[in-house]
Design a protein around this ligand. Structure first.
Ligand SMILES: Cc1ncc(COP(=O)(O)O)c(C=O)c1O
Length: 438
C-alpha cells in the first residue's frame, strides 16, 4: 500500500463511446424469441410498435454487434456527466487488508444519481424523433422514474411515472425530484387505471410491485385515444442492456490506462441493466481472449430470480399484458418483501443476462438485506460514498471476493459497478443504524 495510486481514472469527452455494444451478436446460445401468450408463436417486431418507437423495437430484435449512438444522444450523455470516473478503492483495500486491487465505476455522479439516464436519454430521444408526446413508465426505487423525467425534460416530452407504493412511501424525495423535472408521479397500485383499481379493490393496502406498476403504465399507453403515448422500460429488455454498455466500454478504456486486466467484474441485478452495462463489453473481450474474468451478478436473497427462480417463459408484468419472455423468473405474481433496495424487487431477469447465467458465463449469487447494508456502511466509512442499497449488493460481493483474495494472497483486479448513490435512501440507513432493519 505504500506505492502511490491514481485515485480517479478519468477519460476525455471524446472517449464517450460512439456505439452501443450488442451482445446478441455474440451469445453462445441465441436468445429465445418473445412469444405470444395465446398461440405461443414468436411475436413479430410490429407487435411492439404501439408501445415503443420503431427504432427501439429494431434495436430490441437486432443482432448487429454495434449500434451507432446518435450525436444528440451522445451530447445529452455528456451533459449528464459522462464519461464517469473509475475510482480505485484504496481505502477499502487497506481496511480489508487485501492484496486485491478494487476499482469501482461511479454511475451515481450525474444529476439523477444512478446509471439509469444512459438508457432514459436514448429512449427519450428515439421517442421524440418518432412524434411521441407523453412517455409512461413504472419505477421501483425511483431512480428510473427520476432518470426518465430528467430525459423527457431534456427532449421536451411529457412523462408520467407509476411508482411502487412501498418506495413512494419510503422515498418521498424521489417524488419531489420527478415532479421538479416536470413529470407526474402516482403511487402504484393507483386509482388511475382499471388494473390499479382492480388490485386496490382486492387489497386496499397493497404495497405494490414493479409488475403491477408496469401493467398500469402499459394500460395508459394502449388506452390513449390520441396514439401519441409510448411506454418506456428501465431494465430487462435487450435495447436497455444495449444502451447501458457505454459503462463497460468506458471501464475497458479506463482499465487500459491502468495497465489492468479485470479478474472479477461485479454488478447488482434487479432487471439486469447496470450489470449488463459494465459486463457485456468485458464479456466480449473475454470471448476474444483479452481477459479471463469471472462475471458475478448479485441479487437480494428475498428476490432471488437467478439463484432460486426457473429459466422459463413468463410475462414481464403482473397483469399478463406483455409477450412472454424466456428468463429466470420467480413467477409474475411474486411479491418480494419490502426491502430497501427497491430497484432489485423484480420477479424476472433480462433475457440476455438470463441466457448468460444459463450458459455459465455469468455466476449469480445472493445476499440478505442486513449484510448488504453492513457492506454499504463499510464503503461509506472507507471510501466516503453512501451507496444506493442496490449497489451495496455489488459492494458486498466485491468485499467477499477481496477477502478470498486475501486468504489466497492473490493481487487480483476486482471491478464493480457503483450503480448509484444512496442519498435518497437514508431512511433505510437510519433503520440499519438503529438496529431496526428487517
Ligand atoms: C441504483 C440502482 N442500481 C441498480 C438497480 C437495478 O436495476 P438494473 O438491474 O436494471 O440495473 C436500480 C433500479 O432501480 C437502481 O436504482
Amino acid at each position: 500500500m505504500s506505492e502511490t495510486h491514481r485515485v480517479k481514472i478519468l477519460l476525455a469527452e471524446d472517449d464517450v463511446p460512439k456505439d452501443f455494444y450488442n451482445i446478441a451478436a455474440d451469445l453462445k446460445t441465441p436468445l429465445a424469441p418473445p412469444l405470444h401468450p395465446g398461440t405461443r408463436e414468436p411475436v413479430p417486431p410490429e407487435v411492439f410498435y404501439p408501445l415503443f418507437p420503431k427504432e427501439v423495437v429494431r434495436q430490441e430484435y437486432s443482432t448487429e454487434r454495434f449500434v451507432p449512438i446518435p450525436e444528440e444522444v451522445r451530447d445529452a450523455l455528456l451533459r449528464s456527466g459522462r464519461p464517469m470516473p473509475l475510482f480505485r478503492a484504496t481505502r477499502l483495500e487497506k481496511h480489508l487488508k487485501t492484496p486485491a486491487k478494487i476499482y469501482f465505476k461511479h454511475e451515481g455522479m450525474n444529476p439523477c444519481g444512478s446509471h439509469k439516464p444512459n438508457t432514459a436519454i436514448a429512449q427519450a430521444y428515439y421517442n421524440l424523433k418518432e412524434g411521441t408526446e407523453t412517455i409512461y413508465t413504472e419505477t421501483g426505487a425511483g431512480q428510473w422514474g427520476t432518470a426518465l423525467a430528467y430525459s423527457a425534460m431534456l427532449f421536451g416530452l411529457k412523462c408520467e411515472v407509476f411508482m411502487v407504493k412501498v418506495s413512494f412511501e419510503q422515498k418521498p424525495y424521489r417524488k419531489a425530484m420527478i415532479e421538479t423535472y416536470g413529470a407526474k408521479v402516482h403511487a402504484s397500485p393507483s386509482p388511475h387505471t382499471e388494473y390499479g383499481r382492480k388490485v386496490l379493490a382486492a387489497k386496499p393496502d397493497h404495497t405494490g410491485s414493479l409488475g403491477i406498476a408496469i401493467s398500469e403504465a402499459i394500460e395508459k399507453v394502449v388506452t390513449d385515444p390520441s396514439h401519441k403515448s409510448k411506454y418506456s422500460l428501465g431494465s430487462v429488455l435487450n435495447h436497455v442492456m444495449l444502451h447501458q454498455t457505454v459503462i463497460g466500454q468506458e471501464v475497458r478504456a479506463q482499465l487500459a490506462l491502468e495497465d489492468a486486466v479485470p479478474d472479477y467484474v461485479i454488478g447488482c441485478i434487479g432487471g439486469g441493466s447496470n450489470f449488463a452495462g459494465i459486463s457485456f463489453p468485458l464479456i466480449y473481450d473475454k470471448m476474444k481472449g483479452k481477459n479471463n474474468a469471472e462475471f458475478i451478478a448479485v441479487e437480494p436473497a428475498s428476490c432471488a430470480s437467478t439463484t432460486k427462480g426457473k429459466f422459463e417463459y413468463d410475462f414481464g408484468d403482473t397483469a399478463g399484458m406483455t409477450p412472454l419472455m424466456k428468463m429466470y423468473t420467480l413467477g409474475k405474481d411474486y411479491i418480494p418483501s419490502a426491502i430497501h433496495a427497491g430497484g432489485l424487487r423484480y420477479h424476472g431477469m433480462a433475457p440476455t443476462v438470463s441466457q448468460l447465467v444459463a450458459d455459465g458465463a455469468v455466476l449469480p449469487r445472493s445476499y440478505e438485506q442486513k449484510e448488504v447494508f453492513e457492506a454499504g456502511v463499510t464503503f461509506a466509512r472507507t471510501e466516503g460514498i453512501i451507496p444506493a442499497p442496490e449497489s451495496s449488493h455489488a459492494i458486498k460481493a466485491a468485499i467477499d471476493v477481496a477477502l478470498d483474495c486475501k486468504k489466497r494472497n492473490e493481487a487480483k483486479t476486482i471491478v464493480f459497478n457503483l450503480s448509484g448513490h444512496g442519498l435518497l435512501d437514508l431512511g433505510g440507513y437510519q433503520k440499519y443504524l438503529d438496529g431496526k432493519l428487517e
